[in-house]
Write a protein that binds this ligand. Structure first.
Ligand SMILES: [Zn+2]
Length: 308
């Protein structure tokens, strides 16, 4: 549902109006959780730690122990569960809506208490969760045309990614934009990647001119070469940005990957798994602009592949 999309988007960007958020933005209010008065009301607290939330998760159908692994911050916890249910059950699985409805119910219950003074217990919040699930299925049952804008697989920006590596939670050491530059009039393509090292703030770019039969093939090669480069340079946690949706979808769904780049995708998966944390994310073209310019330069000047 659109309201769930917005809600999740706000949760993911810590943009929800919790007391702690409002107080940190200068509003003269207490940052304490209004329901338990035990701790600042952060997302981590309301949705995972606050007493009622903990019991709700534990006793619900998903049986989640929300107050374990508290060193994982809320945003990582959220995305890890979303991704887990998505991978296990697919986009139309049952557990993902239950998960979102539970978050939604907790937030609705909290607002009923804060704005209407209605004291919440477990039964109240459970009924809000069930209401949410009902609304979700009613929404899905609408004629297709109404749900037309609902793109089945991509979700909001930043949500379409393929994740590899031993660990799901964590943050990258480097952001790597990759891009391929290809024209139908020539078999020469440029590939490039631009690396932003987070701790040192150093930016560096690499690339070369290769033979590629299509734009998609050039994009996939750029991604593969960037991973090989990152591995050779000892990086363990990397975030790769590409503007190619087909590449990310192909990496996610081996069954439906384009045959023309199947081998390259297999290589990307194999190398991706060797990282501790490797996430290949679909982004807008603007976010790969530097790699795009470098790749175009490589193609036009026919700069050959070098050993780095
Ligand atoms: Zn609380």
């Amino acid at each position: 549902m659109p309201k769930w999309k917005i809600f999740l988007w706000k949760l993911y960007h810590n943009g929800i109006a919790t007391s702690a958020n409002l107080s940190s933005r200068g509003l003269a209010i207490s940052d304490t959780c209004p329901q338990c008065n035990m701790a600042p009301e952060t997302s981590q607290h309301i949705f995972r730690r606050c007493h009622l939330a903990t019991i709700l998760w534990q006793s619900g159908q998903l049986g989640i122990q929300s107050n374990s692994n508290l060193d994982v911050d809320f945003q990582d916890w959220l995305i890890a569960w979303v991704h887990y249910f998505y991978q296990q059950d697919g986009y139309h699985g049952d557990r993902l809506p239950i998960f979102v409805a539970t978050l939604w119910g907790i937030w609705q219950g909290r607002n009923k208490y804060v704005f209407n003074g209605v004291i919440q217990d477990l039964a109240c919040i459970r009924s809000l969760v069930n209401q949410g699930i009902q609304q979700h299925f009613t929404y899905l049952a609408q004629p297709i045309s109404k749900v037309h804008a609902w793109s089945a697989d991509s979700g909001p920006p930043g949500f379409l990614f393929a994740h590899f590596g031993a660990s799901f939670c964590g943050s990258p050491q480097a952001y790597i934009q990759v891009d391929g530059s290809w024209t139908p009039t020539s078999t020469s393509a440029g590939i490039a990647w631009v690396v932003d090292h987070i701790s040192s703030h150093i930016r560096e770019g690499q690339g070369s001119c290769i033979i590629a039969p299509s734009a998609l093939s050039a994009e996939a090669k750029a991604c593969l070469e960037a991973l090989i480069w990152a591995q050779g340079h000892g990086l363990r946690h990397i975030m790769v940005y590409t503007d190619c949706e087909q590449l990310v979808q192909g990496l996610r769904h081996q069954g439906s990957q384009p045959n023309s780049i199947a081998w390259t995708l297999d290589d990307i998966r194999t190398i991706g798994q060797q990282f501790q944390w490797c996430r290949i994310t679909k982004v807008s073209r603007l976010l790969v602009q530097q790699a795009h310019e470098l790749a175009t330069h490589m193609r036009k000047d026919k700069i050959p592949f070098q050993a780095f």
